[in-house]
Design a protein around this ligand. Structure first.
Ligand code: SF4
Length: 412
């Protein structure tokens, strides 16, 4: 019996208590069969393969499926196989723990694993509290390129510099569940339980660097969970440490994966699901992160342009008097809050003999304080910009100005 037959057979006797009971799902065996066919058609034209791994469910599926297929001889080995892990430190702790186990396992198998971290000043909290850039939002999403895509691109560039031959990057992008869906929605990492960053890597890696390929593009969310929570655990397919990923997200359909308490998601149930798992109660203080992000978006913590800003060609910008960076007081408040959350989690973790977390390490805290001391602002901003709470005459995009009525009443 070959590997695909084995998968079909296993699929037939898989547990009935499916998390989503996807009655119309394609069998995992069929998905794997198409992955094998696609890999044979596309990936075998390349000498070196890099798997972009974040510890989320989609990239974990790619890693485990591809390595399993190589082990079983279903696809030929490339000259080089590299797994690159984007370590943002912001992923949910159970996923970070699963990623550590996974990387240890891959290294024991002789597979090269590279852990990629953003440069110091680009890291999530250093950028926010050191440079003063407000928390990311749907209208200002600086985080994904900065903490995931750009560091991964740089690491790939470094690693392949000496390689002879063609390089292919494998990502965890999926579109299988709704073929009519606009690709841009899928790539935005906000639907279909997508994994933040994978779509960007799929589309934004420079073509002169490597081509990209999505070997589980046709898999549905149910297929991914079936693989991670059932088949990947079976000895026939490598006994992978993926149960913790499935447990962490298992009860919530359509769950995306990304940073803990991501500010771009209105109701991100991921942390709540983890807290209900048991054994992770010490993570409760992390719920304070989203509260902090929402607070920091308010005018009382930010600067504002006074009006009259122009483009390079001299015409007026449309978003006059826009709000901008965090004040120094807000940054220090944010830093203290995150350090307090980190301390609370780690104190509770120590009491329970559970793994702690690192949101901001000592070197990052020192760099944040240094940047604040140096009075660092984002490009085009300075201390002389007014606080966003100051009442200003209204500056319209056409250049007209509407004076504040009752200026005396507001005391300015
Ligand atoms: S998960 Fe959210 S906060 Fe993290 S990189 Fe993606 S969009 Fe940004």
């Amino acid at each position: 019996m070959n590997v695909i037959d084995t998968l079909y057979a296993l699929d037939a006797k898989r547990p009935q208590s499916n998390l989503f009971n996807g009655d119309h799902r394609e069998a995992v065996g069929e998905c794997v069969q198409r992955t094998v066919a696609n890999m044979l058609t596309v990936a075998t034209r390349y000498d070196h393969w890099i798997i972009a791994y974040s510890g989320g469910k989609d990239s974990s599926t790619v890693v485990t499926v591809i390595v399993t297929l190589l082990q079983l001889g279903a696809i030929p080995r490339p000259k080089t196989l590299i797994v690159m892990y984007a370590d943002t430190r912001m992923e949910l702790p159970p996923l970070q723990a699963a990623a550590r186990l996974m990387m240890q396992r891959l290294r024991e198998m002789g597979i090269e694993v590279i852990e990629v971290v953003a440069p110091m000043d680009d890291r999530f909290f250093v950028y926010m509290f050191g440079r003063g850039v407000p928390p990311p939002s749907n209208t200002f999403r600086w985080c994904t390129p900065q903490i995931k895509v750009e560091p991964m691109t740089a690491a790939i560039r470094d690693r392949i510099a000496g390689l002879d031959g063609r390089v292919l990057t494998l990502t965890g992008v999926r579109r299988g569940e709704s073929k009519a869906r606009d690709d841009r929605i899928n790539l935005s990492c906000s639907r279909n339980g997508a994994e933040c960053g994978q779509g960007w890597l799929q589309t934004d890696l420079p073509g002169d660097l490597t081509d990209t390929f999505a070997p589980i593009d046709h898999w549905t969310l149910c297929n991914v969970w079936d693989w991670l929570s059932v088949f990947a655990l079976w000895p026939e397919f490598g006994s992978w440490p993926t149960a913790i990923i499935a447990e962490g997200y298992g009860e919530i359909e359509d769950m995306r994966t990304g940073c803990v308490e991501c500010n771009l998601i209105e109701h991100d149930g991921a942390l709540g699901a983890v807290l209900r798992m048991g054994g992770w109660e010490h993570l409760v203080p992390l719920l304070g992160l989203k509260i902090l992000y929402r607070e920091l978006k308010k005018p009382r913590h930010r600067k504002r342009k006074s009006g009259g800003q122009t483009r390079k060609d001299g015409t007026l910008q449309t978003n006059q008097q826009r709000m901008g960076p965090l004040t120094f007081e807000a940054r220090l408040m944010g830093l203290d809050t995150v350090l307090r959350i980190q301390r609370q989690v780690n104190d509770m973790a120590a009491e329970r003999d559970r793994p702690g977390i690192v949101l901001i390490d000592e070197t990052e805290e020192a760099r944040i304080r240094e940047l604040i001391t140096l009075k660092t602002w984002p490009r085009d901003w300075s201390e002389s910009d007014p606080d966003a709470t100051v009442w200003l005459d209204r500056f319209n995009p056409d250049g007209s100005v509407e004076p504040i009525l009752y200026r005396d009443l507001v005391g300015q």
